[in-house]
Design a protein around this ligand. Structure first.
Ligand code: ATP
Length: 512
């Protein structure tokens, strides 16, 4: 499925069932800005809870904070964002559409990789069991031709990136015949640098010319609070500070639903350690974070690490955890070894000593830092796009079901009286009163039971509990499982434990 096709389906589904709405839709919306609806906010909160508790409960030495969007403007000078948080942008003069020059080249390289993969698939089909992939890759003329093209463009691209050479980006685009997907032409403008930070006017420092930035990452809030947390929490290195909060970036490409938004949420953790130990922590957090993802049960094969070839100005090692979205593997989370870049620069610019006295070595130093940074919204898209399924049912019927990992599901259980009479609604509300303190429940008595099941499938509710006439005498209800559609008769007194065994967040955390 192409990205556009998938987004069309997901956007429609998200809107129909109250997950995500385009922002200010009555005014025709605002590009790359979305609101979460009544279902979306529940799923989003559950994702955040899973992350927050994994970070701050399972790691004794990780604590959380909640810092502000607005920060002293010097913060962004120290962090390097004022001078270096730029994207190279290019416009197509015919379609008037704007692109990131680096993304156009990366997509071009991705297409070459796809061609090579197709050749390999063909070879495998032709040669069957005798197929030797390594030999095929080293000798097949079509593969060699594509590989040579890839290597040539890739090395030019790396050189352009490293030298920040805007003309070189454009030359690659022209030489490779990359065209605008809308107009189909190569009528490109020059490449320009574009700073991604939003700014507004403020006078926090008493200077009327002050620019206030909307933070493009939450991490800096952690760095500027490092001393306060370390001192008041009597934290000993190594330790981490976690934070969930909004970030803002003036993204050029606004056609990627919630994958790339102008206002989004990040879950970031900065782990402070002794200089020289950062690579061990980098490796350990890579493993920790991958485990967190795989633990959700969305398939270990759907995640991979992608090490950065070009390191950001602050990093000495960096990798992405990529997820296999239906439109290909894309970055879901970044893990960076940020050295002492941030604390060191804040120390310089603020004139305040930001150092740790290490009682074990008897030395004082600016701590090194390993960061894990994941977008809540991107995680939401990973869960949603992986969960969305259209299933054919016996009898020619079909259903749309969201197979969301049960502990993350917005509603855990639906309480459904079979009919709206004979005391069934009252009995159903009694069941609701038993369950509502532990689980997010939804009561629904409208329409046929089949329609109600479909509605719950479409929002990913793991359990439907039906109250029928027999319930009044035998105290049992029918429990329907979202994934298997199996129905079992159980006593009301057993319900809590049955539901809990599948949706309990603590169990999910216990497996980590
Ligand atoms: P990309 O290369 O996709 O622009 P990035 O490398 O700039 O991402 P980071 O600065 O490492 O991203 O941010 C950490 C995480 O924040 C990303 O892995 C992603 O999950 C999320 N994120 C970044 N930008 C956005 C955005 N515009 N919308 C939604 N999530 C985002």
């Amino acid at each position: 499925m192409t990205q556009d096709e998938l987004f069309k389906i997901l956007v429609a589904h998200c809107k129909e069932y109250g997950f995500i709405f385009p922002s200010s839709e009555i005014y025709d919306g605002l590009a790359a800005v979305y609101d979460y609806g009544q279902m979306g906010v529940e799923l989003k909160n559950n994702i955040k809870r899973y992350w927050w508790e994994a970070m701050t409960r399972l790691n004794e030495n990780v604590v959380g904070i909640d810092s502000c969007v607005f920060m002293h403007p010097k913060t962004w000078v120290a962090s390097g964002h004022v001078s270096a948080f730029n994207d190279p942008l290019i416009d197509n003069k015919d379609s008037k559409k704007r692109y990131r020059a680096d993304n156009l080249i990366e997509d071009f390289l991705g297409k070459i990789e796809e061609k090579i993969a197709k050749e390999v698939a063909k070879g495998r089909k032709k040669f069957g069991d005798a197929f030797d992939e390594a030999q095929f890759l080293a000798t097949n003329p079509n593969v060699l031709r594509e590989k040579a093209k890839y290597d040539e463009v890739h090395s030019r691209y790396l050189a352009a990136e490293n030298a920040n050479d805007l003309k070189a980006y454009r030359d690659i685009i022209i030489d490779c015949g990359i065209v605008c997907p809308i107009s189909g032409t190569a009528n490109w403008t020059e490449v320009r640098q574009f700073n991604l930070m939003f700014s507004t006017q403020g006078s926090t420092t008493g200077n009327a010319d002050d620019v206030l930035y909307l933070r493009p990452e939450t991490a800096q809030g952690i760095f500027v609070e490092y001393l306060n947390v370390q001192k008041t929490g009597r934290m000993k290195i190594p330790f981490g500070i976690a934070q969930i909060g909004k970030a803002f970036r003036n993204e050029i490409v606004a056609r990627q639903f919630i994958f790339r938004m102008k206002e989004f949420e990040q879950m970031e953790m900065e782990f402070f350690c002794r200089p020289g130990t950062e690579m061990e922590w980098f490796a350990s957090w890579k493993e920790n974070r991958m485990k967190w993802h795989v633990n959700l049960g969305m398939g270990a094969e759907n995640y991979r690490f992608h090490d950065h070839e070009k390191l950001a100005h602050y990093a000495n090692a960096a990798t992405d955890i990529e997820f296999n979205f239906p439109f290909g593997f894309k970055e879901l989370e970044g893990i960076h070894s940020r050295t002492d870049f941030d604390l060191g620069n804040h120390q310089k610019l603020s004139g305040k000593k930001i150092q740790y006295f290490d009682p074990e070595t008897g030395e004082s130093y600016v701590p090194y830092c390993v960061e894990t940074s994941i977008g809540v919204d991107r995680m939401f898209l990973a869960v949603l796009s992986h969960s969305y399924k259209v299933e054919e049912l016996p009898g020619g019927d079909s259903r749309v079901v969201l197979g969301i990992p049960a502990p993350l599901a917005p509603v855990k259980v639906a309480i459904l009286p079979l009919v709206k009479k004979d005391g069934l609604p009252e009995k159903a509300r009694e069941v609701l009163d038993v369950l509502k303190y532990d689980f997010k429940c939804q009561y629904d008595e409208k329409d046929s039971i089949g329609k109600r099941y479909r509605r719950q499938d479409a929002i990913g509710t793991p359990f439907c509990v039906t109250i029928d006439n027999d319930t009044m005498t035998d105290g049992c209800v029918t429990v329907r499982d979202r994934d298997t559609m199996e129905q079992t008769r159980v006593a009301i007194s057993e319900l809590r434990a049955i539901i809990d065994s599948k949706v309990n967040m603590s169990n999910l955390l216990r497996n980590l």
